[in-house]
Write a protein that binds this ligand. Structure first.
Ligand code: AMP
Ligand code: ZN
Length: 432
């Protein structure tokens, strides 16, 4: 179901006119209200009247995460503090968090894009949505909460964690939609199994799973273990939180709500814009945010854009699944390796579980790559020969995909600690 036909199916030409009008307004606002932007524009000889077409976007300076740090906590605010009704913060674990202030108008826009998101994912007002994203400073919990209510569904704010109780409620209350990170959905599946609960006979039918990368192979694992369609959703604190883009049931890329977020793809090395279809860094500009308008934010997320109309009827551009982050790329013995490649290879092979960690280290001036992956109960209790075969198979597959040979360590099922939010899978112990 399309929640907002006007904006989600607008002919692209009309949409671009709307985007230009909104961009002009945002540029004028930040020029006037935010000293950081005024200065950055002045250094480039840009004034609000410089923006005459969407192509002029490329002339505007980028905003990067460091700019949020340098202006912490309220330096980028474009409204007086008395108009701010809520503050969230990024989930980042190092340094100062990114602070996200919202006006009442921003909260309203957020609920709107989240209602569209859930509707796009296939949810209706008749659904019972169990929201197992973290509540609190993290944008996930309240973002989904408001969206579910705006849609008219029944929202159960369980938040992340307390998995056994989560499963009990799921059965007792007849939950049809689960919202959480992909990794937490696997924890739920595993815990249900331990409890002897068969979720396949429950009413569960849909998962709106995001906030962290999830390869197609990982999606497959989730759909095999739970009776759900797993829909990918993307967002980030700097923009609004969840609500930037989401897949429709065709799973052919995530529709970006472009009347609110203007998307570009750039070459992360040169900063040049790349054409549709090419993979690069996603750059986003807010078009309707009041408290924290952001111009050309470099997300560091790697994706590509497809403007073709979708089978679902939406005209909104689609971004492909995130295949990595520019700062996630590991350079191991001079070879570029993305964790997502490793995940894809692992999950193609029978006998391993979707729980793994990647450890990079340096021993005697040589980089080492170790992949620890849990094996299934079956493989683990089988003869040692089976384990050796599996290890050899994984080694070969990794070598041919990555171009370097890792050490594969097959480990006991359930030995990697489970997380309730975003999973941490890469440990780079090199001191560079
Ligand atoms: P935060 O602002 O702390 O919620 O983190 C936002 C970041 O989470 C994004 O820039 C992405 O790197 C990551 N992220 C969010 N949603 C997804 C998704 N669906 N797939 C991959 N990465 C995601
Ligand atoms: Zn679609």
């Amino acid at each position: 179901m399309i929640w907002n036909t006007k904006y989600e199916t607008m002919p692209r030409k009309e949409l671009e006119e709307l985007q230009l009008e909104r961009l002009k307004y945002q540029v004028a606002r930040v020029y006037e209200k935010v000293p950081f932007y005024r200065q950055a524009f002045m250094e480039r000889g840009i004034t609000p009247s410089s923006i005459r077409s969407l192509a002029d976007l490329a002339r505007l300076p980028f905003t990067v995460k460091q700019d949020f740090r340098d202006n912490y906590p309220f330096g980028l605010l474009a409204v007086p503090m008395e108009q701010v009704v809520r503050l969230h913060a990024s989930s980042g674990t190092t340094g100062k968090p990114v602070i996200a202030p919202y006006t009442a108008g921003d909260i309203n826009m957020w609920a709107e894009v989240m209602a569209r998101t859930l509707s796009c994912a296939g949810m209706t007002k008749n659904d019972i949505m169990q929201n197992a994203y973290g509540y609190g400073l993290f944008t996930g919990g309240l973002g989904f909460h408001y969206g579910g209510e705006r849609l008219g569904a029944t929202v159960i704010p369980t938040a992340a964690g307390n998995t056994k109780r989560q499963i009990m409620l799921m059965e007792d209350l007849g939950t049809t939609v689960i919202t959480c990170t992909p990794s937490y959905s696997l924890t739920i599946a595993e815990t249900a199994l331990e409890m002897g609960v068969d979720l396949k006979t429950s009413k569960l039918r849909l998962g709106v799973l995001g906030a962290e990368p999830c390869s197609e192979q990982m999606r497959q694992e989730i759909e095999n273990k739970l009776p759900i369609q797993a829909i990918d959703i993307y967002g980030l604190t700097e923009m609004v939180g969840p609500g930037v883009s989401v897949e429709c049931p065709h799973k052919l890329g995530m529709h970006i709500f472009e009347d609110n977020f203007l998307a570009e793809i750039i070459d992360p090395l040169t900063g040049e814009q790349l054409p549709y279809g090419e993979k690069g860094e996603l750059v986003l500009t807010t078009l309707t945010k009041e408290a924290l308008p952001i111009i050309r934010f470099r997300t560091k997320d790697i994706t590509s854009l497809n403007p073709e109309p979708c089978k679902c009827g939406r005209t909104l551009v689609r971004m492909s699944k995130i295949t990595g982050r520019t700062d996630d790329m590991l350079i191991i013995r001079g070879v570029n390796v993305f964790p997502s490649q490793i995940e894809s290879v692992l999950l193609e092979v029978e006998g391993v579980e979707p729980h793994y960690i990647i450890v990079v280290d340096r021993k005697r001036h040589m980089d080492t790559l170790e992949i620890q992956v849990e094996v299934s109960d079956e493989v683990f209790s089988d003869e040692a020969r089976k384990m050796e075969e599996l290890e050899k198979r994984l080694m070969e597959e990794m070598e041919s995909t990555l171009g370097i040979s890792p050490v594969i360590k097959l480990i006991e099922p359930k030995s990697i600690p489970r997380t309730v939010g975003k999973a941490k899978r890469v440990y780079d112990r090199r001191e560079l």
